[in-house]
Design a protein around this ligand. Structure first.
Ligand code: HEC
Length: 140
């Protein structure tokens, strides 16, 4: 019995150490990928609309962008007419909305423009007018 506890304790210790190792290392440079005023949020390294979608958005909106209903309600971005006005998704990504987190601190203007352009031209969406980084900046 005692040895079981010892093994369990060792396992917990190992897991904790591994988790700590993941977060250790040099702190990200504040301006490496865009505004990062608090130093608490680390900027996302993903570049390009597809990589940003996969790295940041698809965990909630799913790989096919059809959303999900389960522990929460994640709306579909596929064939979504709300994306027609580019400022709408830009604003949501910047500022968040209800259960959707805001990404103004983790993504720079270029990254937000890229991911919004990606979503607006994939998953059955065909909105060709491109969002520019300056458009994102203006909405911050
Ligand atoms: C932690 C989960 C989560 C992540 C990550 C996430 N979203 Fe969302 N998103 C949501 C939820 C929940 C909503 C619905 C918010 C509401 O109830 O108004 C939403 C709503 C949206 C909407 C509005 C849809 C509509 O029809 O009104 C857009 C656009 C959107 N997300 C884009 C993105 C993009 C682009 C990313 C990646 C940069 C992203 N989301 C990452 C959870 C998430």
């Amino acid at each position: 019995m005692k040895s079981t506890i010892r093994v369990a304790a060792a396992a917990i210790l190992l897991t904790t150490t591994a988790a700590m190792a993941d977060t250790a290392g040099p702190a990200p440079k504040p301006d490496a990928h865009g505004p990062n005023i608090s130093g608490f949020f680390s900027p996302f390294p993903f570049q390009g609309g597809e990589a940003i979608y996969k790295g940041v958005c698809q965990g909630c909106h799913m790989a096919d962008a059809k959303g999900a209903v389960g522990a929460g309600m994640y709306p579909a971005l596929a064939k979504n007419e709300n994306l027609e006005t580019a400022a709408y998704p830009v604003g949501i990504v910047l500022k968040g909305q209800k259960a959707m987190p805001f990404f103004a601190l983790q993504l720079n203007d270029q990254q937000i423009a890229d991911v919004v352009n990606y979503v607006r031209t994939h998953f059955g969406n065909k909105y060709k007018d491109k969002v520019k980084p300056e458009d994102v900046k203006a909405l911050r």
